[in-house]
Design a protein around this ligand. Structure first.
Ligand code: HAM
Length: 428
């Protein structure tokens, strides 16, 4: 028997109703902040990710699904392609490719699958879904302003509140700019030199190539060493410090609580200045519901114009998991309003016509079959969770009046066609 591939899964009803509930709240909230949707391809040139996310990161180093495409001719080696492990790189590529700054498109969001070859566990999959948003633009458009950072964080707090997710924690840090990073890397290398020999192989490599990535290490024995390493917060230059202070001041004024965490460096190389994660206790080990930050140099690194930016991605799988702690999927599923039961031979056409009329009134209709006896129709209606059952027999059609039974109260009435939709809507 063929099963879904390890790390992938089928999302089934009624849980899919929760996903739709989340996505529709997301679209409403993001719209209020004037974001518009972008959809980028699911695969891109591999170089897009190595140049943005970074060669030394776990994502690019170990987790990407990459393959060599075929060229046009049989003998041609094609491009190296990769299933997107994240969507920021694709958005910035599209921003540059379509000169989106010319169209004033600087606030974009996306919802879609991403792929990372991680070890699967609760809240961690190889195909997972992200809901993300990016604000980027020319510096003259204010894209560097701390107001953008704070607005995005406030939008996230609003979204989580609206979804009824309580108990989240916003962890905030600044990872500085390239200027600070050079000094910080220098200090890190110095601090690592005497101890790195005792660390894991990954850390030994990172210490030379990209010391900041040492903070990604999950090996328990390395943690005491990492705990004693210098932190980026001591190396911020004056503009970066002022920017970070300004973000915090706005958050305090608008009432978004946060915790400072100067160990938070995020697992992707493109970040500058503000970096953040929202965590949730109910998720266990994979407790980050979302993560993001500023990436002021990314557009230029990908060959575009200066376009400072900031964004985030929510792990939708994890968001739904934390939602399931507080709301059941059943509560957001819309059950059929009415089960239309054709009663007797040749009643399918009339039943179909009635179902069509009712659906035009925005009712959810489950349509039965004329071969069902009345008892079987009642069973099917109950199984479908319908509120009403509507009997469509020959006599009813002749009289243009139908038997409508409320399956919750047991009340049954005879009702004329013209009043049917109104009656069912009123009972919803
Ligand atoms: P990230 O921290 O790599 O950032 O991923 C964001 C979120 O995606 C995580 O916090 C987590 O909820 C979810 N996630 C990541 N990997 C998995 C997985 N294997 N299974 C389930 N959920 C997962 C980014 O991807 C950046 N592009 C965010 C960003 C946007 N930064 C700026 N703009």
């Amino acid at each position: 028997m063929i099963k879904a591939v390890r790390g992938t899964r089928d999302l089934l009803p009624p849980e899919t109703a929760l996903w739709n509930f989340v996505e529709s709240a997301v679209r409403d909230v993001f719209r209020a902040y004037n974001f518009q949707e972008i959809r980028t391809p699911i695969f891109e040139e591999t170089a897009l990710f190595s140049r943005s996310v970074g060669e030394e990161t776990d994502i690019v180093g170990k987790e990407m699904y990459t393959w060599q495409d075929r060229g046009r001719a049989e003998s041609d080696r094609g491009q190296s392609l990769t299933l997107r492990p994240e969507n920021t790189a694709g958005v910035v590529r599209a921003y540059i490719e379509h000169k989106l700054w010319d169209r004033g498109l600087n606030k974009l969001y996306y919802i879609g699958p991403q792929f990372r070859r991680e070890r699967p566990q609760k809240g961690r999959y190889r195909q997972f879904y992200q809901i993300g948003a990016e604000v980027l633009g020319p510096p003259s458009a204010g894209s560097e302003s701390p107001a953008r950072d704070a607005e995005l964080l406030e939008m996230l707090a609003t979204l989580l509140d609206r979804l009824g997710i309580t108990g989240w924690n916003l962890e905030l840090n600044s990872v500085g700019c390239p200027n600070d990073r050079a000094k910080f890397n220098e200090a890190l290398r110095k601090a690592l030199e005497p101890v790195v020999g005792k660390m894991c192989a990954d850390c030994q490599r990172r210490a030379l190539s990209n010391p900041l990535r040492v903070f990604d290490c999950k090996v328990p024995e390395d943690q005491p060493i990492i705990e004693n390493l210098p932190r980026i917060s001591r190396f911020l230059d004056e503009p970066c410090r002022a920017h970070f202070e300004a973000v915090q001041a706005i958050l305090r004024t608008v009432g978004v609580p946060f915790t400072l965490n100067d160990r938070l460096v995020r697992g992707l190389d493109y970040y500058t200045r503000t970096a953040f994660e929202f965590t949730h206790g109910a998720l266990g080990a994979q407790n980050a519901i979302l993560g993001g930050g500023r990436y002021d140099g990314l557009s230029e690194a990908l060959g575009g114009p200066a376009a400072p930016g900031i964004g985030f991605a929510i792990g939708e799988d994890r968001l739904v998991l934390s939602l399931q702690e507080s709301a059941s999927a059943e509560a957001v599923v819309r059950r059929p309003d009415v089960y239309v039961a054709p009663l007797g031979a040749r009643m399918n056409p009339d039943a179909a016509r009635l179902a069509r009329e009712l659906r035009r009134h925005d009712l959810v209709v489950e349509l039965g079959d004329e071969t069902f006896r009345l008892k079987k129709s009642f069973e099917a209606a109950t199984k479908a969770g319908a509120k009403y059952i509507l009997i469509v027999g020959e006599n009813e059609v002749k009289a243009d009046a139908f038997a409508l039974k409320n399956l919750e109260t047991g009340e049954q009435i005879s009702i004329v066609r013209s009043e049917l939709a109104g009656k069912i809507q009123a009972g919803r």
